[in-house]
Design a protein around this ligand. Sequence first.
Ligand SMILES: Cc1cc2nc3c(=O)[nH]c(=O)nc-3n(C[C@H](O)[C@H](O)[C@H](O)COP(=O)(O)O)c2cc1C
Length: 150
Amino acid sequence: MKPITILYGTETGNAEDCSEELSEELENDGFANRVVDMEEYDCSELPTEDFVVVVTSTHGDGDPPENATEFLTHLTEERPSLSGVGFAVCGFGDTSYRYFCQTGKDFDKMFEELGADRKIERVDCDDPPEAEFEQFAQSLKDYLQSQTGK
Ligand SMILES: Cc1cc2nc3c(=O)[nH]c(=O)nc-3n(C[C@H](O)[C@H](O)[C@H](O)COP(=O)(O)O)c2cc1C
């Protein structure tokens, strides 16, 4: 299996910090991975990935963080086939907003529409995200361990 790619979309750093923590936990459990800022990700690599983890907040009024905009637009407009790509999404948001965790929901739906294979259910984290994110990380590790016996 190729290294897992963790893509984060963030405005104020929560999704980035949690992605870095997840990366360390996965590394410690023997799962090679890399963490990439969505705006620095080479989208042409996406169809060749084995497993992509999306961790993204929502800003504005249900809008993607700025560093996620181009990537989401790429998926929407180019519609690459993601058949054979496994994925999992964790959204960060705040239930006091009308469109709770909308960007996570948008990515989750888009990956599915493009033919990628959802390996675990999306988790939508309310502020502060740490506790719910830990549940997401645990489900992800459980899934990976069930596949590899690590
Ligand atoms: C100006 C602003 C707008 C926001 N808009 C939304 C929103 O529409 N929906 C939502 O669920 N959360 C919204 N949030 C909450 C953030 O997504 C949440 O605080 C998240 O943890 C931030 O993560 P980040 O630091 O990775 O950007 C908003 C926060 C701010 C400051």
